[in-house]
Design a protein around this ligand. Sequence first.
Ligand code: PLP
Length: 387
Amino acid sequence: MKRITAYQPLPIAFEQGDGVWLWDTANNRYLDMTSGIAVCSLGHAHPRITEVIAIQAEKLLHTSNAYQIEWQQILAQELAKITGMKQCFFTNSGAESNETAIKIARLYGRTRHLDNPQIIVTYGAFHGRTMATLSASGSQRVQKGFEPLVPGFLHVPYDDLSAIEQLAKQRQDIVAVMVEPIQGENGIIIPQTGYLEKLQTICHQQQWLFILDEVQTGVGRTGQWYAYQHEYCKPDVLTTAKALGNGIPIGACLMDGAAQDLLQPGYHGSTFGGNPLACRVAHQVLQVIKQEGYLEQAEHIGQYLLERLQQTLSSPLIVDIRGKGLMVGIELTQPCRPLMAIAAQYGILINITAERVIRLTPPLLLTKQEIDWFIPRLQKSLEQYQD
Ligand code: PLP
């Protein structure tokens, strides 16, 4: 086998990490402003995470869902405490969590005697790379070449309630709306305040499930456990993954309201989903965030990062700088993928999404000093890219 296909990695390999810092095989140090695409929110090699990985690895890694798994119960209870959701299905990734949500919406359709239940989704959305989740996504980039797509999705513009109200008048076969509270892959697109709340109202009026994909926004990234908690609303189905395991793969699909009790034994499953190691680590992630005050930190440091970027970053290429908590997008006038490599030369790791948006999703433990160290280097990277 010559090489792994499907990715185009930079020619850098990391060997070690500590908090917000990474070291490559040549011992060069980098400030990680990506967290491995919003995964390592507690940074790299966090001692409290490393500790439980070691303890659990010595005891037991996997037994399968044919038996009780105590750590699933403990983690589910913790997730219920922080979200108010009632039921939980554990998965290994964001796409799998969203597949579960889509299957729940279809089961809900059956309870309403619908043969072709439809889920409203949004243009620009990213819900994953499996066939159902790429079909639910709203971009050609992930769909092209994989047609025929899975049917049952109606796409509307993001942050546009009137398009949804229009569909509600026209169709009787809709069972759910599924959105991201902030479109991450689409370039940190933040809807107007009240979007989610109003969406929930429409869903309740129409008896649709209100499904939130918080795979990227969840687990503290925006300054709340989940981004919907910035508003007065609550989903019927909530999906989470990425930062939940800080690098150990785990996801979950949480259910409440009419979405409860639809998954019956035998309807869905996952060999690895919710194994003792992943659940114990995720539980520890939640404890660390709570006990060490990282929700407040994400909000305050995120505000500082956003303000400093808005005040000091200067380039004719910049169209907009926006963000919520530690989820920040710097939109440029043109595609800017080469910036990732240039930035790495200055010792900073950034991510480019939607072709021309610099996405920053640093660990929640980032400090002001590190932000002050980062911004001049980003400025230099932009200048070099411009030349
Ligand atoms: N949903 C959202 C909002 C995401 O940002 C992502 C990944 O970027 C996914 C789903 C897919 O998650 P995964 O890559 O873990 O399958």
